[in-house]
Design a protein around this ligand. Structure first.
Ligand SMILES: Nc1ncnc2c1ncn2[C@@H]1O[C@H](COP(=O)(O)OP(=O)(O)OP(=O)(O)O)[C@@H](O)[C@H]1O
Length: 250
């Protein structure tokens, strides 16, 4: 269970995020959605320990230590010449010594294989496309085997195939590891398909939280995003959010 109580983040003396109370099941993926500037990154950064906050945060009645938390910020270009396999290896940095063991190398290849990135292992990071870099950085975070994985729009640079691939891998990762995944997403159809619980933010405030399939409604999307939209349903009864038009402010 993820619990936030009187959770408040101030930046430059201004309240940027204010969550009075949120309680969510962490048995599946937890999504964070909301318009630009609503506080999604602020929430993830403060949960990761990179921003101070007041109030309480609990994950299964405690809070993981910093080396049990993996955080991936919004897409940025890596300019390093570091090889892909070494970049992923750095995910295990707390366990590394002067000599890298066979076991550590094979763990790297395993995770690269799982993300279909093994062919890139010897390439330098700065030679990869933005989407390939995003996948490698995700592989690095997963290889840490974290208790809490915080991902800020991890699919923003990915094509449709890789978006589906990454989100399915995350879903199966939490089945086999004891990991809580919290993920900020812009794409509401993906959020509906791949998250179990949602935190919905607007202007730094919590609009709603709870089961994804209950929360994604036309009324709520209209209200939060100021758009007219239509919700269709897939064969698996997941919502497809079709944006129709932006509401004009009066
Ligand atoms: N370092 C900072 N200094 C001043 N204001 C900041 C800073 N970081 C964030 N903010 C403000 O806090 C608010 C929330 O920003 P945040 O980046 O969390 O939004 P977001 O929901 O992640 O947006 P986006 O979807 O555009 O990435 C915004 O009004 C933003 O301008």
């Amino acid at each position: 269970m993820l619990l936030l109580n009187d959770f408040q983040v101030k930046i430059d003396h201004k309240i940027r995020l204010n969550i009075h109370k949120a309680q969510l099941s962490n048995t599946g993926v937890i999504g964070v959605i909301g318009p630009n500037g609503s506080g999604k990154s602020t929430l993830l950064k403060s949960l990761a320990g990179f921003l101070n906050h007041s109030g309480k945060k609990l994950l299964d009645n405690q809070w993981p230590s910093s080396n049990q938390i993996s955080y991936m910020p919004q897409a940025y270009l890596v300019k390093s010449k570091l090889k892909v396999e070494d970049c992923v290896l750095l995910g295990q940095r707390e366990q590394l010594s002067w000599r890298v063991t066979e076991d550590q190398r094979s763990k790297v290849m395993e995770i690269l294989d799982e993300l279909q990135l093994a062919h890139l292992a010897k390439r330098s990071m700065d030679s990869l496309s933005g989407g390939q870099q995003q996948m490698v950085l995700l592989a690095q975070r997963l290889s840490r085997n974290p208790t809490l994985l915080l991902l800020d729009e991890p699919t923003s640079a990915l094509d449709m195939y890789h978006q589906l691939e990454v989100l399915s891998i995350l879903q199966s990762f939490i089945q086999t590891h004891n990991t809580t995944v919290i993920i900020a997403l812009h794409e509401l159809t993906l959020a509906s398909r791949f998250t179990n619980q949602l935190i919905i933010l607007k202007e730094g405030k919590l609009v709603s939280h709870g089961d994804t399939h209950e929360l994604i409604t036309e009324e709520l999307i209209n209200q939060v995003y100021q758009i007219d939209c239509q919700i269709l349903t897939t064969h698996e009864h997941k919502a497809i959010v079709v944006p129709i038009r932006a509401q004009r402010s009066v």
